[in-house]
Write a protein that binds this ligand. Structure first.
Ligand code: UN1
Length: 504
C-alpha cells in the first residue's frame, strides 16, 4: 500500500460520484480500476456514476450555481485563493499521486500541481478584473456599457496526461467567474480527481458552497451526456480530435458553448543558423518528456540541410542517454506509457516507419519489464509519410530535412492540427517570418524554446482540428461568462437609434 494513497484515504472501493452531500456510491455505476502504469499494480477501484446519479449531481450543481453567482466576484476569488493555499500544503503528496497514477516523472507531477497553484493565483487576480467596456451612446442622455455575468454549471472533461492541471485551468477561472463546475476526469486517472475534489470541496464547503465542485467519474456515456445536457451552458473538453469533434458538434447542436483543447502535431523548425545546443535540449524535452504524451509534444522536426546531419547525431546521443524507469526515482527522465493500449499503438507506429520510407535512428523497442515501458524512437522521415499527419500520442519523433524556411513552413502547416510550434534560429528575419500572419498557423508559436511546457499566463489552445478553444491566461475568462450590453436612458425623451421616427 502506498503511503500517499493512504494519506488521501484512497483505499478499497471508492466512490467516483461527488455532489453537494459529498462522495456517494451508486451500485449501478460502472467499476473502474486505477492501475499504476509503472508497475501494472492495482492502486484502487472506483465506482463511477450511474446516469441517474449524474442527473442528480447536475441538479445539485445547478442549485449551487444559483447561490454562487450572487456572491461578489472578489469573494469568489477568496475561495479560489484558499484552494491555492490548500494545494500548497498538499503539493508533495498530490505530485506523488499524479506520478503514481499517470506515470509522468515526479518533477513533472510536482510541476503539474504547481501549475494548479499558479492557476489559482491567476484566477484570484481575475476575480477583480472581470472588466466590461463602456461606450458612448449616439442618443442624448443615454449611457451604454457591457457587463459579464456567470453562465451556469460548466462541464469539464479532462484527459489522463494532465489529470489535474487542465481541470484547474477551467475550474478556478470558472469559479472566479461565478460558475459551478462538474468534472468528468479520464477513467484512467480517477484517483487524482477524487483527491483534488476532496480538497477543493472541503474549502468550498467551509465557505458555504458544498456543491461548487462536483465529480462524475464515468466512461464515454457520461461525456456524451454532458455534451447533450442543456443544463450545462458550457462544456470544456480536452482529448483527441475525434472525441472533441463529437463533443463540439453535439454541444453546438443545442446552441451551447464548447471550449476544446484537442490534438496537436507540433513541429520545431531548426535553421542552419540555430544554436544546436538549445535546439537539441528543447527537442529532447518536447519529444521524450511525459513519454510523448502531451498535447504539446514535439512530433516533427524540420531541419535545414546544413545542420540536419549534426542535429540527428546530437539527438541520437541525447536519446541514448535518457534514463527510462520508475517515474518516482529522481534520476528518471522518461516513465512508462499510460497503459497496454498505448504500447500497442507505439508498436504499430514504429512498424510503419520503415514501411512508409523512414529510418529509425534510435529506439523503437518495447522494454521487457513490468509496467508499460518503451524506448523513445527517433526517426529520419520524409515529409509525405502518412504517419506525419497523425497525432499518435506516443514518443516517436520524425526529423525531416528541408532546404529552406519556405519548404519548412509549407510542411509545418500541412497538417490538420494547429496547437504548438517553434523555430530555432539566430536570424531575426526567419523568426519574424515564422511569427508573421503567413507563418505558423498554430495557437502557440515560440522562438528558441520548444513546443511544450507553456506557462499559464498566456492563453492556451490551438486552431484547426485542435478545436479553437483557449484556456488559462490573458482574457480566457470571457469563455466562462455571458456578455450583456446595457443601455440606460436617464433623460425625459425616448429618441430611437439610427434616427428612426415612431411617434404614437
Ligand atoms: C496537455 O497536454 O493537454 O504546455 C496540456 C504544456 C503544459 C500543458 C499541456 N503546460 O505542455
Amino acid at each position: 500500500m502506498h503511503e500517499v494513497l493512504k494519506s488521501f484515504g484512497l483505499e478499497g472501493e471508492l466512490s467516483g460520484g461527488c455532489g453537494t452531500a459529498g462522495f456517494l456510491s451508486d451500485p449501478a455505476g460502472e467499476l473502474f480500476t486505477s492501475e499504476c502504469p509503472a508497475t501494472g499494480e492495482v492502486l484502487a477501484q472506483v465506482r463511477g456514476v450511474s446516469k441517474a446519479q449524474y442527473d442528480a449531481i447536475v441538479d445539485e450543481s445547478t442549485e449551487a450555481f444559483r447561490a454562487w453567482r450572487t456572491r461578489p466576484a472578489p469573494e469568489r476569488g477568496e475561495l479560489v485563493r484558499r484552494i491555492g493555499m490548500a494545494l500548497r500544503e498538499r503539493k508533495d503528496d498530490l505530485g506523488k499521486l499524479t506520478t503514481l497514477e499517470c506515470g509522468k516523472i515526479l518533477s513533472e507531477g510536482l510541476g503539474e500541481v504547481q501549475e494548479m497553484i499558479d492557476m489559482a493565483d491567476l484566477a484570484v487576480g481575475m476575480s477583480r478584473q472581470l472588466y466590461g467596456l463602456t461606450m458612448h451612446s449616439e442618443r442624448p442622455q443615454h449611457r451604454m456599457y457591457e457587463q459579464w455575468h456567470p453562465m451556469g454549471p460548466v462541464g469539464v472533461i479532462s484527459a489522463f496526461n494532465f489529470p489535474v492541471a487542465v481541470w484547474a485551468w477551467n475550474a478556478f477561472v470558472a469559479a472566479a467567474c461565478g460558475d459551478s463546475v462538474i468534472w468528468k476526469p479520464s477513467e484512467k486517472t480517477p484517483l487524482t480527481a477524487i483527491a483534488v475534489t476532496q480538497l477543493c470541496r472541503e474549502v468550498a464547503a467551509d465557505m458555504g458552497h458544498p456543491g461548487l465542485f462536483t465529480l462524475t467519474v464515468g466512461a464515454r456515456d457520461i461525456g456524451e451526456a454532458m455534451a447533450q445536457d442543456r443544463r450545462l451552458p458550457i462544456v470544456s473538453a480536452t482529448g483527441s480530435c475525434r472525441m472533441g469533434r463529437s463533443v463540439g458538434e453535439t454541444v453546438a447542436a443545442r446552441m451551447g458553448r464548447s471550449i476544446l483543447e484537442l490534438g496537436g502535431n507540433n513541429a520545431i523548425i531548426v535553421m542552419d543558423d540555430a544554436d544546436l545546443d538549445l535546439a537539441t535540449r528543447a527537442i529532447a524535452f518536447g519529444a521524450v518528456g511525459t513519454a510523448g504524451q502531451r498535447c504539446t509534444t514535439t512530433r516533427r522536426v524540420f531541419a535545414q540541410s546544413g545542420i540536419v546531419g549534426e542535429l540527428c547525431e546530437r539527438l541520437t546521443k541525447a536519446y541514448g542517454s535518457v534514463p527510462i524507469g520508475d517515474p518516482l526515482d529522481s534520476g528518471t527522465l522518461m516513465g512508462p506509457l499510460i497503459d497496454a493500449d498505448a504500447v500497442a499503438i507505439y508498436e504499430k507506429v514504429v512498424a510503419r516507419v520503415p514501411e512508409e520510407g523512414g529510418e529509425i535512428l534510435h529506439g523503437g523497442k518495447t522494454l521487457d519489464r513490468a509496467g508499460h515501458y518503451v524506448e523513445p524512437a527517433l526517426c529520419r522521415s520524409k515529409a509525405d509519410m502518412p504517419l506525419l499527419k497523425e497525432e499518435n500520442f506516443v514518443p516517436v519523433l520524425h526529423v525531416v530535412e528541408v532546404k529552406d524556411l519556405d519548404e519548412a513552413m509549407s510542411h509545418h502547416n500541412a497538417v490538420d492540427q494547429g496547437l504548438s510550434s517553434a523555430i530555432f534560429t539566430d536570424s531575426v528575419r526567419s523568426a519574424e517570418r515564422f511569427l508573421s500572419a503567413a507563418g505558423s498557423d498554430c495557437g502557440i508559436a515560440n522562438v528558441n524554446i520548444g513546443t511544450s511546457g507553456a506557462e499559464i499566463g498566456g492563453a492556451f489552445g490551438g486552431e484547426k482540428d485542435t478545436g479553437g478553444g483557449r484556456e488559462a491566461g490573458s482574457d480566457a475568462w470571457k469563455a466562462y461568462m455571458r456578455r450583456q450590453t446595457c443601455t440606460i436612458n436617464w433623460g425625459e425623451e425616448l429618441p430611437l437609434a439610427q434616427g428612426v421616427e415612431f411617434d404614437v
